[in-house]
Design a protein around this ligand. Sequence first.
Ligand code: SF4
Length: 381
Amino acid sequence: GQCVAVCPTAALTEVNNTHLVWRELNNKNRHVVVQVAPAIRVAIGEMFHMAPGEITTGKIAAALRRLGFDGVFDTDFAADLTIMEEASELVHRIQHQGTLPMLTSCCPAWVKFFEHQFPDMLDIPSTCKSPQVMFGAIAKTYYAEKKQINPHDITVVSIMPCLAKKAEAKRPEFTKEEDSNVDIVITTREFAQMMKEAGIDFANLEDQPFDSMMGESTGASVIFGTTGGVIEAAARTAYEWITGDTLENVEFKALRGLEGIREATITIGDMDLRIGIAHELGNARKLLEDIRDGKSSFHAIEIMACPGGCIGGGGQPYHHGNMEIIKKRQEAIYREDQGKAKRKSHENEEVLRLYEEYLGKPYGEKAHDLLHTHYIAREKI
Ligand code: SF4
């Protein structure tokens, strides 16, 4: 697939995991919960004769329920949670002379790349786990506790636009003790395959909502699906936290686009926050080499390995490098954001409830234990 060209983690063979998901769904002793990543809702329709860029969020929830999942949830919830932690980390690093720039860490192909290529710079990426892994951590703790289910009886399935997410779920840091954060990862294409096997007429499904507790999301989490979105989401929250003012116009247009490397400055109170964005690893390497050479003055940098970000991921319906398709998916991501009543991660009520009832403060001790990770220097390849 196209991923071979862009993501070193997944350059091996694509392993189809659909049979593992069917096995769990058919086992009545398992409580099987599922999460679906932001980029999938604007692409999967293409596998059912819908036009690129049709938004299918409600159909996805309906299909997952039809397939028999016990909890139908949204990775977008965990993306909002990621922003609570990542914006806290950014503000903390800025206010306490911490290491800058801070690099985003939700793309596992990118994480693997810097572990191999820049092992001397492991203190610059955010320590936040990715949304997929945060979701799993919360499902096996908070959710299990609230539902009074033994975490060992819960299977967490992820539907991801990505092949590298399969490898991410298997990292030893996320599979400690008896439980993994995430048990099975399937791609957008494998999800479509399962629906076809079940005879689901996806294009004609009635919209349904996600289940509550880990199903609410804001516009900020939707834009995680495209290049520039994670840092824009973080900026929306950091702005309000640093200034104490309400951010009226949440769209930071300077961060958007499809150029390989973008730079922008956002004024937050009396500070100019300098932001760098790169998608595809060749572009990322240039930004990283500038940092190593002391030539970089960014406060924060977002990197995604795939063209356009996750909308162009290696597990998505094939786009064959057609940037028109990527553009349509990107426009749909921004439309979905615009249509949301809430567009800032720190306004997600289910996320706020999770902190109130379980985690305590963002970036606090319990949040650190569950939602943060570390990186490992690896041999240069
Ligand atoms: Fe996966 Fe998204 Fe990274 Fe591509 S950009 S490797 S789809 S996380």
